[in-house]
Ligand binder design. Structure first.
Ligand SMILES: Nc1ncnc2c1ncn2[C@@H]1O[C@H](COP(=O)(O)OP(=O)(O)OP(=O)(O)O)[C@@H](O)[C@H]1O
Ligand SMILES: [Mg+2]
Length: 268
């Protein structure tokens, strides 16, 4: 268990994930160790297919049946990687909430945003239906959504509004840790910044820990305390944001930063 001086954290230790559903096993995550303390933001960056979503989804055990994992994951000192399906279910949403990749496109079309958020409140916190609407409105406001958006159907929202709605649902149970997978991809740069700033300030205000997956290193660096760089399933570099984005040590991270500088240079 954590001593008083240690922050409450999500600790991933020597964690590997292998998909077994295909002819050949896919070793998507290889011996990764990473820690996210409450109140801190860790950005996880890397190219497409490097294993970011697999790592994230494996924390609350949301991978297909048959996927093999090894290593340990601790949350606030308790080992969650050993929990049965029933028990991990008690941690999902309440202690560890996820905004999955493509969350903005995964709403049920015939339910209003208010119904989506209320369902989470009812199912995971047992809040009676009559009290859900008020709480849903508070959560939506917290995520920067105007009140009338609550009563609209998903197709009546913009991409940014849908991301904010997904964020409201994820925050419904006041989790200790938020796992957000590309929460701003597919949004224009100004909307991206607005949504990310909202996430970052909520995380700071509420003392949550955030593991933020993105392939946008400059964007991650603006809000994260530390950055982890993933390549071919391995975490090849980790450190304070400023250090990793200014002077990366690993060759892949150097190439990533050089490519970004090159692109930025073309605009000067
Ligand atoms: N259900 C699955 N079965 C088998 N292999 C999978 C499955 N899901 C993902 N993979 C493979 O695992 C590897 C890591 O994929 P993952 O989705 O974690 O990458 P990512 O870093 O999130 O990529 P992106 O930035 O494109 O979202 C890839 O080689 C991918 O093809
Ligand atoms: Mg992904």
């Amino acid at each position: 268990m954590n001593g008083e001086s240690q922050p409450i954290s999500l600790d991933i230790q020597d964690w590997s994930v292998t998909y077994t559903g295909w002819e050949k096993p896919v070793h998507a995550v290889k011996n990764c160790s990473l820690s996210v303390a409450r109140g801190r933001i860790v950005g996880l960056v890397g190219e497409s297919g490097s294993g970011k979503s697999t790592l994230l989804m494996s924390i609350p055990k949301l991978l297909p049946a048959g996927t093999v994992t090894s290593g340990r994951i601790y949350c606030a000192g308790g080992e969650i990687s050993r929990l049965s399906e029933d028990k991990i279910n008690l941690w999902r949403w309440r202690r560890i909430a996820l905004v999955p990749q493509g969350a903005m496109n995964s709403f049920t079309p015939h339910l209003t945003i208010e119904r989506h958020i209320s369902e989470v409140l009812r199912r995971h916190l047992g809040i009676p239906k009559r009290d859900c609407a008020q709480r849903a409105a508070e959560l939506a406001a917290m995520a920067g959504l105007e009140k009338d958006v609550l009563y609209r159907y998903p197709h009546e929202l913009s991409g940014g509004q849908k991301q904010r709605a997904a964020l409201s649902a994820a925050l419904a149970c006041e989790p200790d840790f938020l796992l957000a997978d590309e929460p701003t991809t597919a949004l224009d740069v100004i909307t991206q910044k607005g949504v990310l700033d909202t996430i970052a300030s909520l995380v700071r205000e509420r003392g949550m820990g955030l593991l933020l997956v993105t392939h946008d290193l400059p964007l991650a660096a603006t809000v994260s305390d530390s950055l982890a760089v993933m390549k071919d399933g391995k975490l090849v570099e980790q450190g304070p944001s400023g250090e990793v984005s200014r002077s990366p040590r690993h060759l892949y991270a150097q190439k990533l930063v050089a490519a970004i500088r090159d692109m930025e240079g073309q605009w000067e």
